[in-house]
Design a protein around this ligand. Structure first.
Ligand SMILES: NC(=O)CC[C@H](N)C(=O)O
Length: 206
């Protein structure tokens, strides 16, 4: 890793599938440069990684097929700051419930995530969250066939939970050292506070 001083940090955005463009826009709004990650060569020199929302089974398949899974695991294990939203949260989780049998993850986060946790009736919904780490409430959050964190290890900091309704108390934002994950999609709302928080994490690791 090179030594980013904030504005010159280079954030790799996994661009196999999903809403990587929206993450690029959010990161650009935070003043950092991005690079699309599609090959092993693209990983060279990045200071951080973002794993977008999308479909984690497809992302897993493509990462395996293109030889990216092991290099990504090695980087994350080695301390590369990483942020995953929704399917990206699943990709950063050590364990999945409701995954496909052939589905693998990058891992690193000592959590069990439940895929499509919110159920069919509430496939997609929006909620106002209170996540002090990201700034003053409300944080308007968009959930799309989202996972939640079913169990979290001791080293995992729970940053946010669902405030009310049938899923009240479910964990939807976590941090473990250099790893950050949200069940929701801040890249879709124009609220850049989660990305700003992540960029700050990248600076701290530098
Ligand atoms: N919006 C999303 O990223 C959905 C995640 C998707 N349900 C999955 O399991 O990968």
């Amino acid at each position: 890793m090179s030594a980013p001083t904030g504005a010159d940090a280079l954030v790799g955005v996994l661009a196999l599938q999903g809403d990587f463009r929206e993450h690029e826009h959010a990161l650009a709004a935070c003043g950092v440069a991005t690079r699309r990650i599609r090959t092993v060569e693209d990983l060279d020199g990045i200071d951080a990684l973002v794993v977008p929302g999308g479909e984690s089974t497809t992302m897993s398949n493509l990462a395996l097929r293109w030889g990216l899974m092991e290099p990504l695991r090695a980087l994350v294990r080695g301390g590369l700051p990483a942020y995953g939203s929704c399917a990206g949260m699943i990709m950063l989780a050590d364990r999945i419930e409701g995954g496909r049998t052939d589905q693998e993850t990058i891992g690193g986060l000592d959590v069990t995530v439940l895929r499509n946790a919110f159920g069919r009736q509430v496939d997609s919904f929006e909620a106002d969250l209170d996540i002090p780490a990201f700034g003053p409430a409300p944080m308007h959050a968009v959930f799309i066939r989202a996972p939640w964190v079913e169990r979290a290890g001791d080293a995992v900091e729970v940053l946010g939970t669902v405030p009310s309704g049938p899923a009240a108390g479910k964990i939807v934002a976590v941090r473990q050292g250099h790893l950050l994950a949200t069940s929701f999609h801040p890249e879709l709302t124009g609220d850049t506070r989660v990305h700003e928080y992540f960029v700050e994490m990248v600076r701290e690791q530098a």
